[in-house]
Design a protein around this ligand. Sequence first.
Ligand code: NI
Length: 265
Amino acid sequence: MTERADLRWVDTHAHLDDRKYQADQLEVIQRAMGAGVTTIINIGADLASSRASVKLAEGSPGLYATVGVHPHDAATVDRGALDELRRLAQHPRVVAIGEIGLDYYRDLSPRPQQREAFAAQLDLAASLGKPVVIHDREAHDETVGLLSEWARGGASRAGVMHCFAGDLALARRVLDLGFYIGVDGPVTFNNARRLVELVRQLPADRLLLETDCPYLTPHPHRGRRNEPAYVPLIAQRIAEIKEVSLAWIASVTSANAARLFGLEV
Ligand code: NI
């Protein structure tokens, strides 16, 4: 049993504009609210999904948006795109710039272009005073290197390492920068020994719950479409790993999300 009507959750990373929700987006949001996931941050990954995220957040209480271009689409980040992101980011329901970063696993954009797009969007976040949502796949050293430089530029510069996939040493570097660590469905998988060990050692006051839906569906729904209503399943596993109550994880992670993104939850 993981659903407790008295607990409130934040899904800090959802993609509800994905076409997989075309037929039932509203029901998915209602199901989340029913499960206590009363705050959802919908993440932009290119210009179209950034626009869609803002629109979604505008129309649904409890929903917020981020705007940004994922490293896969780094080639599209030109002056015009940055201008539009800046304009979209002025909207009061836009709480961060992201997801941005480096992806050297799929390498869908040339690496120099990825670095340039990442740096330009970090600058944008800094100039707007917004935190960043970071995608880092097989590019740990360069990502954290760029973030270290960026974070040194101002005390309020912070963000989250979305779906963190590094080791404890990298986590410590990230925590030293004041960043948060995003934990997703894979922590519930049977073969998640390394991630479980990592979560055990990370401070709870720096963890954020994320579904990354429609991807990374937690156990026991693995193999099917993910949705924000499953956030308590991720939290349940973290509570077991850390040997604390589910209620405590709810209050700490919600406070973390509120602090980083400036939300009222
Ligand atoms: Ni994502």
